[in-house]
Design a protein around this ligand. Structure first.
Ligand SMILES: [Zn+2]
Length: 360
Protein backbone atom coordinates (compact mmCIF):
# COMPACT_ATOMS: atom_id res chain seq x y z
CA UNK A 1 0.00 0.00 0.00
CA UNK A 2 1.32 3.39 -0.93
CA UNK A 3 1.35 5.83 1.96
CA UNK A 4 2.12 9.45 1.30
CA UNK A 5 4.34 10.89 4.01
CA UNK A 6 4.03 14.58 4.76
CA UNK A 7 7.09 16.71 4.28
CA UNK A 8 8.93 16.68 7.58
CA UNK A 9 11.81 18.62 9.00
CA UNK A 10 15.01 16.79 9.76
CA UNK A 11 15.21 16.41 13.56
CA UNK A 12 19.01 16.61 13.53
CA UNK A 13 18.95 19.89 11.60
CA UNK A 14 16.30 21.26 13.99
CA UNK A 15 18.30 20.25 17.05
CA UNK A 16 21.46 21.78 15.57
CA UNK A 17 19.69 25.10 14.96
CA UNK A 18 18.58 25.17 18.61
CA UNK A 19 22.05 24.27 19.87
CA UNK A 20 23.45 27.24 17.96
CA UNK A 21 21.16 29.33 20.21
CA UNK A 22 22.71 27.86 23.38
CA UNK A 23 20.00 25.26 23.98
CA UNK A 24 21.55 22.19 25.64
CA UNK A 25 21.93 19.20 23.27
CA UNK A 26 19.49 16.90 25.17
CA UNK A 27 16.83 19.62 25.30
CA UNK A 28 17.35 20.55 21.63
CA UNK A 29 16.98 16.89 20.66
CA UNK A 30 13.85 16.52 22.80
CA UNK A 31 12.14 19.53 21.22
CA UNK A 32 13.18 18.40 17.73
CA UNK A 33 11.64 14.99 18.45
CA UNK A 34 8.45 16.62 19.70
CA UNK A 35 8.10 18.87 16.64
CA UNK A 36 8.74 16.09 14.14
CA UNK A 37 7.14 13.08 15.82
CA UNK A 38 4.27 14.19 18.07
CA UNK A 39 0.76 13.49 16.76
CA UNK A 40 -0.58 16.30 14.56
CA UNK A 41 -3.15 17.45 17.10
CA UNK A 42 -0.41 18.02 19.72
CA UNK A 43 1.22 20.61 17.48
CA UNK A 44 -1.58 23.05 16.68
CA UNK A 45 -2.18 25.86 19.17
CA UNK A 46 -0.54 23.67 21.77
CA UNK A 47 -0.46 24.55 25.44
CA UNK A 48 3.17 25.11 26.55
CA UNK A 49 2.33 23.26 29.78
CA UNK A 50 1.73 20.08 27.78
CA UNK A 51 5.25 20.38 26.37
CA UNK A 52 6.60 21.23 29.84
CA UNK A 53 5.09 18.02 31.14
CA UNK A 54 6.62 15.96 28.34
CA UNK A 55 10.07 17.50 28.73
CA UNK A 56 10.03 17.61 32.54
CA UNK A 57 10.68 21.36 32.56
CA UNK A 58 9.08 24.15 34.53
CA UNK A 59 6.82 26.61 32.72
CA UNK A 60 9.35 29.41 32.46
CA UNK A 61 12.11 27.18 31.10
CA UNK A 62 9.65 25.78 28.55
CA UNK A 63 8.65 29.28 27.44
CA UNK A 64 12.34 30.20 27.06
CA UNK A 65 12.86 27.14 24.87
CA UNK A 66 9.79 27.96 22.78
CA UNK A 67 10.90 31.58 22.32
CA UNK A 68 14.22 30.29 20.98
CA UNK A 69 12.29 27.99 18.63
CA UNK A 70 10.10 30.93 17.63
CA UNK A 71 13.14 33.01 16.78
CA UNK A 72 14.51 30.11 14.74
CA UNK A 73 11.23 29.92 12.78
CA UNK A 74 10.42 26.43 14.07
CA UNK A 75 7.15 27.40 15.76
CA UNK A 76 4.64 30.22 15.62
CA UNK A 77 3.19 32.10 18.59
CA UNK A 78 -0.57 32.51 19.02
CA UNK A 79 -2.26 35.13 21.18
CA UNK A 80 -5.70 33.94 22.20
CA UNK A 81 -8.61 35.34 24.16
CA UNK A 82 -11.02 33.28 26.18
CA UNK A 83 -14.42 34.91 26.14
CA UNK A 84 -15.60 35.42 29.76
CA UNK A 85 -19.24 35.14 28.62
CA UNK A 86 -19.29 31.94 26.56
CA UNK A 87 -15.81 30.45 27.04
CA UNK A 88 -15.00 30.40 23.32
CA UNK A 89 -11.34 30.74 22.35
CA UNK A 90 -10.82 33.70 20.02
CA UNK A 91 -7.59 33.52 18.02
CA UNK A 92 -5.96 36.92 17.69
CA UNK A 93 -2.84 36.28 15.66
CA UNK A 94 0.90 36.14 16.19
CA UNK A 95 1.61 39.49 17.81
CA UNK A 96 0.68 41.24 21.01
CA UNK A 97 -0.10 44.30 18.89
CA UNK A 98 -3.33 42.45 17.88
CA UNK A 99 -4.76 42.82 21.41
CA UNK A 100 -6.94 45.72 22.43
CA UNK A 101 -8.44 47.07 25.65
CA UNK A 102 -11.91 46.31 24.30
CA UNK A 103 -12.63 43.09 22.40
CA UNK A 104 -15.67 41.37 20.91
CA UNK A 105 -16.15 37.60 21.02
CA UNK A 106 -16.40 36.03 17.56
CA UNK A 107 -18.71 33.30 18.87
CA UNK A 108 -21.28 35.12 21.03
CA UNK A 109 -20.60 38.77 20.24
CA UNK A 110 -20.01 39.73 23.89
CA UNK A 111 -17.90 42.85 24.43
CA UNK A 112 -15.24 42.54 27.10
CA UNK A 113 -12.03 44.09 28.40
CA UNK A 114 -9.59 41.17 28.36
CA UNK A 115 -7.44 40.70 31.46
CA UNK A 116 -3.88 39.82 30.55
CA UNK A 117 -3.63 37.18 33.26
CA UNK A 118 -7.15 35.76 33.01
CA UNK A 119 -8.55 35.98 29.48
CA UNK A 120 -5.36 36.31 27.45
CA UNK A 121 -3.36 33.15 26.86
CA UNK A 122 -0.54 32.02 24.62
CA UNK A 123 -0.10 28.84 22.63
CA UNK A 124 2.37 27.74 19.98
CA UNK A 125 2.06 25.80 16.72
CA UNK A 126 4.67 23.99 14.69
CA UNK A 127 5.70 26.16 11.73
CA UNK A 128 4.05 24.95 8.54
CA UNK A 129 7.32 24.95 6.63
CA UNK A 130 8.65 22.44 9.16
CA UNK A 131 5.72 20.10 9.06
CA UNK A 132 2.55 20.04 6.99
CA UNK A 133 -0.38 18.98 9.15
CA UNK A 134 -3.62 17.34 8.11
CA UNK A 135 -6.91 19.15 8.55
CA UNK A 136 -7.81 16.93 11.51
CA UNK A 137 -4.85 18.42 13.40
CA UNK A 138 -7.02 21.31 14.56
CA UNK A 139 -8.75 19.57 17.47
CA UNK A 140 -10.29 22.10 19.91
CA UNK A 141 -11.86 19.36 22.07
CA UNK A 142 -8.47 17.73 22.61
CA UNK A 143 -6.95 21.11 23.52
CA UNK A 144 -9.81 21.92 25.90
CA UNK A 145 -9.24 18.63 27.74
CA UNK A 146 -5.52 19.38 28.11
CA UNK A 147 -6.26 22.94 29.30
CA UNK A 148 -8.69 21.62 31.89
CA UNK A 149 -6.05 19.24 33.25
CA UNK A 150 -2.97 21.49 33.09
CA UNK A 151 -4.28 25.06 33.19
CA UNK A 152 -3.11 27.56 30.59
CA UNK A 153 -0.15 29.91 30.16
CA UNK A 154 -1.35 33.49 30.49
CA UNK A 155 -0.18 36.35 28.34
CA UNK A 156 1.17 37.94 31.51
CA UNK A 157 3.49 34.96 32.10
CA UNK A 158 5.06 35.51 28.68
CA UNK A 159 5.41 39.26 29.21
CA UNK A 160 7.33 38.60 32.43
CA UNK A 161 10.09 36.78 30.56
CA UNK A 162 13.14 39.00 29.90
CA UNK A 163 13.79 37.01 26.70
CA UNK A 164 10.41 37.98 25.30
CA UNK A 165 11.26 41.66 25.56
CA UNK A 166 14.81 41.09 24.30
CA UNK A 167 14.03 38.83 21.33
CA UNK A 168 10.70 40.31 20.24
CA UNK A 169 10.78 44.04 21.02
CA UNK A 170 8.30 44.65 18.20
CA UNK A 171 5.68 42.64 20.15
CA UNK A 172 4.17 45.23 22.40
CA UNK A 173 0.89 46.93 23.09
CA UNK A 174 0.23 49.86 20.83
CA UNK A 175 1.03 53.21 22.50
CA UNK A 176 -2.60 54.05 23.28
CA UNK A 177 -3.54 50.51 24.37
CA UNK A 178 -3.55 49.02 27.84
CA UNK A 179 -4.63 45.67 29.24
CA UNK A 180 -5.99 45.04 32.71
CA UNK A 181 -4.32 42.53 34.98
CA UNK A 182 -6.44 41.07 37.77
CA UNK A 183 -3.43 40.46 40.00
CA UNK A 184 0.16 41.65 39.77
CA UNK A 185 2.72 41.77 42.57
CA UNK A 186 4.91 44.86 42.42
CA UNK A 187 8.26 45.07 44.20
CA UNK A 188 10.24 48.26 44.73
CA UNK A 189 13.71 48.57 46.18
CA UNK A 190 15.89 51.49 47.12
CA UNK A 191 19.43 51.71 48.30
CA UNK A 192 19.88 53.35 51.69
CA UNK A 193 23.14 55.05 52.43
CA UNK A 194 24.30 55.33 48.85
CA UNK A 195 25.09 59.01 49.40
CA UNK A 196 27.70 58.04 52.00
CA UNK A 197 29.01 55.37 49.68
CA UNK A 198 29.47 57.85 46.81
CA UNK A 199 31.13 60.34 49.21
CA UNK A 200 33.56 57.85 50.70
CA UNK A 201 34.46 55.70 47.72
CA UNK A 202 34.23 58.31 44.99
CA UNK A 203 31.76 58.24 42.15
CA UNK A 204 33.34 55.61 39.86
CA UNK A 205 33.92 53.05 42.64
CA UNK A 206 30.48 53.67 44.18
CA UNK A 207 28.82 53.45 40.78
CA UNK A 208 30.60 50.15 40.19
CA UNK A 209 29.14 48.79 43.45
CA UNK A 210 25.67 50.08 42.59
CA UNK A 211 25.96 48.36 39.21
CA UNK A 212 26.93 45.09 40.91
CA UNK A 213 23.88 45.43 43.14
CA UNK A 214 21.65 45.99 40.07
CA UNK A 215 23.09 42.82 38.49
CA UNK A 216 22.11 40.85 41.59
CA UNK A 217 18.58 42.29 41.61
CA UNK A 218 18.06 41.54 37.90
CA UNK A 219 19.33 37.98 38.41
CA UNK A 220 17.08 37.36 41.43
CA UNK A 221 13.95 38.84 39.81
CA UNK A 222 14.41 36.50 36.85
CA UNK A 223 15.14 33.45 39.01
CA UNK A 224 11.96 34.06 41.01
CA UNK A 225 9.74 34.28 37.92
CA UNK A 226 9.53 38.06 37.64
CA UNK A 227 10.75 40.85 35.43
CA UNK A 228 12.75 43.94 36.26
CA UNK A 229 10.65 46.74 34.80
CA UNK A 230 12.95 49.68 35.34
CA UNK A 231 15.61 51.30 37.44
CA UNK A 232 14.98 54.76 38.87
CA UNK A 233 18.22 56.23 40.20
CA UNK A 234 19.41 53.64 42.74
CA UNK A 235 15.92 52.13 42.96
CA UNK A 236 14.22 49.41 40.93
CA UNK A 237 10.70 48.28 40.14
CA UNK A 238 9.96 44.62 39.38
CA UNK A 239 6.74 42.73 38.61
CA UNK A 240 5.67 39.18 39.47
CA UNK A 241 2.59 37.04 38.93
CA UNK A 242 2.17 36.19 42.60
CA UNK A 243 3.03 37.80 45.96
CA UNK A 244 4.82 34.58 46.91
CA UNK A 245 7.27 35.04 44.04
CA UNK A 246 7.76 38.71 44.91
CA UNK A 247 8.42 37.94 48.59
CA UNK A 248 10.90 35.16 47.76
CA UNK A 249 12.60 37.62 45.43
CA UNK A 250 12.68 40.27 48.19
CA UNK A 251 14.30 37.77 50.54
CA UNK A 252 16.88 36.68 47.96
CA UNK A 253 17.66 40.29 46.99
CA UNK A 254 18.35 41.26 50.60
CA UNK A 255 20.59 38.22 51.03
CA UNK A 256 22.40 38.91 47.76
CA UNK A 257 23.16 42.51 48.75
CA UNK A 258 24.38 41.35 52.19
CA UNK A 259 26.72 38.93 50.40
CA UNK A 260 27.89 41.77 48.15
CA UNK A 261 28.81 43.81 51.23
CA UNK A 262 30.88 40.90 52.49
CA UNK A 263 32.66 40.32 49.19
CA UNK A 264 33.40 44.04 48.83
CA UNK A 265 34.40 44.28 52.50
CA UNK A 266 32.09 47.25 52.88
CA UNK A 267 31.75 48.37 56.48
CA UNK A 268 29.79 50.91 58.47
CA UNK A 269 28.37 53.75 56.41
CA UNK A 270 29.75 52.30 53.18
CA UNK A 271 27.57 49.23 53.40
CA UNK A 272 24.88 48.83 50.78
CA UNK A 273 21.59 48.63 52.63
CA UNK A 274 18.61 47.54 50.60
CA UNK A 275 15.07 48.66 51.41
CA UNK A 276 12.33 46.58 49.80
CA UNK A 277 8.53 46.89 49.55
CA UNK A 278 5.91 44.56 48.05
CA UNK A 279 2.23 45.07 47.32
CA UNK A 280 -0.23 43.08 45.20
CA UNK A 281 -3.46 44.00 43.43
CA UNK A 282 -5.00 44.71 40.05
CA UNK A 283 -2.98 46.74 37.56
CA UNK A 284 -2.74 48.04 34.06
CA UNK A 285 -0.18 46.67 31.60
CA UNK A 286 1.06 49.26 29.10
CA UNK A 287 3.99 49.92 26.81
CA UNK A 288 5.90 53.07 27.66
CA UNK A 289 8.91 54.22 25.61
CA UNK A 290 8.83 50.84 23.89
CA UNK A 291 9.11 48.94 27.19
CA UNK A 292 6.51 47.06 29.23
CA UNK A 293 5.34 48.98 32.27
CA UNK A 294 2.56 48.92 34.86
CA UNK A 295 0.26 51.63 36.04
CA UNK A 296 -2.41 52.04 38.68
CA UNK A 297 -3.06 52.23 42.41
CA UNK A 298 -1.23 48.97 43.12
CA UNK A 299 1.99 50.42 41.69
CA UNK A 300 1.61 53.69 43.62
CA UNK A 301 0.88 51.86 46.86
CA UNK A 302 3.82 49.49 46.38
CA UNK A 303 6.14 52.50 46.11
CA UNK A 304 4.71 53.94 49.36
CA UNK A 305 4.94 50.62 51.17
CA UNK A 306 8.61 50.42 50.15
CA UNK A 307 9.27 53.69 52.02
CA UNK A 308 8.33 51.94 55.29
CA UNK A 309 11.28 49.58 54.90
CA UNK A 310 14.14 50.42 57.24
CA UNK A 311 16.96 48.45 55.63
CA UNK A 312 17.68 44.74 55.47
CA UNK A 313 13.93 44.14 55.64
CA UNK A 314 10.95 43.93 53.34
CA UNK A 315 7.83 45.99 54.04
CA UNK A 316 4.60 44.57 52.67
CA UNK A 317 0.87 45.14 52.74
CA UNK A 318 -2.02 43.22 54.29
CA UNK A 319 -2.94 41.97 50.79
CA UNK A 320 0.49 40.35 50.51
CA UNK A 321 0.28 38.94 54.05
CA UNK A 322 -3.13 37.39 53.25
CA UNK A 323 -1.64 35.16 50.54
CA UNK A 324 -1.31 31.52 51.69
CA UNK A 325 2.05 31.09 49.94
CA UNK A 326 3.40 34.16 51.74
CA UNK A 327 2.07 32.86 55.09
CA UNK A 328 3.98 29.64 54.50
CA UNK A 329 7.15 31.54 53.62
CA UNK A 330 6.87 33.66 56.78
CA UNK A 331 6.32 30.77 59.16
CA UNK A 332 8.80 31.25 62.00
CA UNK A 333 10.15 34.48 60.46
CA UNK A 334 10.96 37.67 62.34
CA UNK A 335 8.05 39.98 61.41
CA UNK A 336 6.45 43.01 62.99
CA UNK A 337 3.55 45.23 62.03
CA UNK A 338 2.54 48.86 62.31
CA UNK A 339 -0.35 51.13 61.37
CA UNK A 340 1.07 53.63 58.90
CA UNK A 341 -0.37 56.72 57.26
CA UNK A 342 0.47 56.49 53.55
CA UNK A 343 0.37 59.56 51.34
CA UNK A 344 -2.88 59.71 49.37
CA UNK A 345 -4.64 57.05 51.49
CA UNK A 346 -7.33 58.34 53.87
CA UNK A 347 -7.16 55.58 56.51
CA UNK A 348 -3.99 54.30 58.18
CA UNK A 349 -2.81 51.07 56.56
CA UNK A 350 -1.35 48.03 58.25
CA UNK A 351 2.20 47.45 57.09
CA UNK A 352 4.22 44.34 57.91
CA UNK A 353 8.01 44.21 58.05
CA UNK A 354 10.14 41.11 57.73
CA UNK A 355 13.74 41.50 58.86
CA UNK A 356 15.61 39.23 56.46
CA UNK A 357 19.22 40.26 57.14
CA UNK A 358 20.46 41.83 60.36
CA UNK A 359 20.33 45.60 60.75
CA UNK A 360 23.69 47.36 60.61
ZN1 LIG B 1 -18.24 34.59 23.66
Amino acid sequence: MFRWLPRQGDPRAIAASLERRQVSPPLAAALARFLTQAPDRELVHFNPRALAEQLGLDERATLRLLLTALEEGLVTLNWELRCPACGAINHRGASLTALHASEACGACGAQFSPQLDAEVRVTFSVHERLRALGRSADDPAHRAALDARLGVVSGHALLLLPEFRRLFPQQRLLPDESLQISRVAILFTDLAGSTALYAQRGDPRAYHLVRLHFDELFRVADEQGGLMIKTIGDAVMAAFQTPGEAMRAAQAMLQAVAALNQRGQLQGEERLMLKVGVHVGPGLSVTLNGQPDYFGTTVNLAARVQRRSQGGDVAFSQEVFNDPEVRALLRGADTEQEQAALKGIAEPVRIYRWQVVGPQ
